[in-house]
Design a protein around this ligand. Structure first.
Ligand code: ZN
Length: 219
């Protein structure tokens, strides 16, 4: 549970760059689909009263189509692929936790972003997973249209399925642009959801330890 080091941040940036390249390549394969997206965006621009032929907007349909494909790339990913062979036999039976995992998703009601942090913990029962895989599991489900409640549950269930641990806890805290930018305009509200399984549900001491660590002070 260490703070992010510069090296970790660099590795993360490299990973993002690599998947962006992979995405660019896949755009080539799905050219028809991307073209259809671009036409839709052009029409959308007209419908909101814009002129899609003016200079600043000429390349917007292409950019929007690409960015939307990127933001929803979770549909093309699955947990087994991101985990690969990073599950290890291990007798460790105390809580393993990774907190403050950055998370970006889009609400399925407004297709607007929500973003924040995920905190994930589990108690192994014979098997552990490479720590870097937990953020990857978050990505699989966050990069789709979501509601925060389902996202939380899906992450917990995926860890349950992959590791068969004694228990899993997931807490997600996010700000939703659909609440902040429109309607009620509750600028500073955070939505907190949790999913608890196994001993995290049945054992109050485990649950308390997890929630204390999830919400506790940052160094
Ligand atoms: Zn929404």
């Amino acid at each position: 549970m260490s703070n992010t080091t510069a090296a970790e941040r660099a590795r993360h940036a490299a990973r993002v760059a690599t998947s962006a390249d992979a995405f660019e390549a896949s755009v080539g394969r799905g050219a028809d689909r991307m073209l259809e997206f671009e036409n839709l965006v052009r029409r959308e621009l007209e419908l909101i009263g814009e002129d899609p032929t003016r200079d600043g907007l000429l390349k917007t349909p292409e950019r929007v189509a690409k960015s939307l494909a990127w933001l929803t790339r979770g549909y093309e990913m699955d947990v087994a692929d991101v985990i690969g062979d990073a599950v290890f036999e291990e007798e460790h039976e105390s809580m393993v936790m990774v907190r403050d995992i950055e998370l970006y998703s889009m609400c399925e009601h407004h297709m607007l972003p929500f973003f924040g942090k995920a905190h994930i913990a589990y108690i192994p029962h014979g098997r552990i997973v490479g720590l870097s895989k937990l953020p990857r599991i978050v990505e699989v489900f966050a990069r789709r249209l979501q509601v925060q409640e389902r996202l939380t549950e899906q992450i917990a269930q995926a860890i349950q399925d992959v590791l068969g641990p004694a228990g899993v806890g997931v807490v997600i805290e996010c700000e939703h642009l659909c609440m902040m930018m429109r309607g009620v305009e509750k600028q500073n509200s955070k939505t907190i959801t949790s999913a608890l399984k196994g001993t995290f549900k049945s054992d109050p001491a485990t649950r308390d330890e997890f929630l204390r660590l999830a919400h506790g002070p940052r160094r």
